[in-house]
Design a protein around this ligand. Sequence first.
Ligand SMILES: *[C@@H]1O[C@H](CO)[C@@H](O)[C@H](O)[C@H]1NC(C)=O
Ligand SMILES: *[C@@H]1O[C@H](CO)[C@@H](O)[C@H](O)[C@H]1NC(C)=O
Ligand SMILES: *[C@@H]1O[C@H](CO)[C@@H](O)[C@H](O)[C@H]1NC(C)=O
Ligand SMILES: *[C@@H]1O[C@H](CO)[C@@H](O)[C@H](O)[C@H]1NC(C)=O
Length: 401
Amino acid sequence: MRFILFILFCTIKSTLVISQDINPQGEPIKCNAPVVLDAQTNVFRNYALHSHSAWRNATLKAAESIEDSTKKRRALRAAAQGVFVWIENPEDVYLLEELTKDIPCNEVLGVVLSGLSRIDCPENNMPNVTALPSYESLFLNPVVRIIRENPTVGFVVIVEPGVIGKVVKFANVNTTSCDNVRQSWRQNIPITLRSLELPNVITYMDAAHGGWLGWKEVQREGAMEIANTWKNAGQLKQFCGLAVNVASYNAWHAIPSAPWSKADWNPARNEQRYLNILRKNIRALNVTMPLFGIVDTSRAGVQGIRRRWLDWCNVKYAGFGPLFNTNTKDSNVDALLWVKNGGFSDGSSVVNLRTDGSNCGGEDAFKPMPARGDFSQAYFEMLLENSKPGMVRREMVRLCA
Ligand SMILES: *[C@@H]1O[C@H](CO)[C@@H](O)[C@H](O)[C@H]1NC(C)=O
Ligand SMILES: *[C@@H]1O[C@H](CO)[C@@H](O)[C@H](O)[C@H]1NC(C)=O
Ligand SMILES: *[C@@H]1O[C@H](CO)[C@@H](O)[C@H](O)[C@H]1NC(C)=O
Ligand SMILES: *[C@@H]1O[C@H](CO)[C@@H](O)[C@H](O)[C@H]1NC(C)=O
């Protein structure tokens, strides 16, 4: 059924996906009735991902100070791409309120919930960063309130990127920080998925990427943890499946995807393989969990730029990856899209300012970079320069073949 819809869609896609609905005054045409998203279908065939105003403001301003006309054109193209809003602290929640104000009726707002992810495991034995009871009350509930207050806006929510990798890979590490990560995930994520059971929301659970859970020795444990999390949420109607490669640099289907030889020992050496392996292992558990996928391609335009797979912080020589599209040639994958807001720092490159045990000062990282969440003109321009045709370079863009 999904496949037939896809073929139909490709014949009429340009009017549905590419253009924003704009009235003669140049304002977005918002929905005048409650939005109902059907998780049984690929929602991205009817709704494009919204380019939210914080992203547009930063990237349009960056484009203004670019002299080179080719690069400027690419910057404008990047500014028009949808990207997700990252909610990482209770203080970010107000931003969501602001960003829901201008969503056209043919677009959805992408939201990343990332309130657990900066708890260090296994590196440090830190005091409890996110006290368990407060995730729900201080972080989740305010987000859910804003979504409920905006029934005429459609939301796509990715739940807690990066955490599942640690939960599974460090399952036997008993430091306070790892105990916290496990407890926080197992206690809060089912509640989160349950709380987001609203008609105007679809959800994807983060499944890290092939470099975390694609290795043979953790594949089964990864599948079990993911399936259990889904099961513990109870019957879900708005859940679509898994988000992979969020904020990372892995290839969608290139082979080989990376030059280091160890990557070839990983059966999940690109994200398409990873999703297929996960799906197979989860199906083997006989659960009916929906397993459609979305893939973050924001910074995946260039491969072979890292010394170690797990180098993830502001990687040098990265380029913008494939633009939003539903022509994934894989009926289980709903869309390639940009989750990470490319150009915004993953963390400061000044080593003694690091707070999260990251590798932002390492060999593979671009320097200098500002504090996490701050915009870097230089990094943004590097992503533009390194993009390949069909990415922010227009030459070969084809949405439907
Ligand atoms: C983006 O800029 C517009 C126009 O200056 C402003 O109204 C809006 O609040 C800004 N958005 C954000 C998220 O800062
Ligand atoms: C962290 O929280 C857990 C669960 O509430 C508690 O048992 C533990 O003692 C706390 N650890 C620290 C270092 O505060
Ligand atoms: C960690 O705790 C679990 C459960 O108490 C135990 O089974 C496991 O052996 C411990 N691991 C280590 C490395 O101590
Ligand atoms: C799944 O179902 C099949 C067929 O009924 C059965 O052989 C298999 O043992 C089941 N697997 C699990 C993990 O329950």
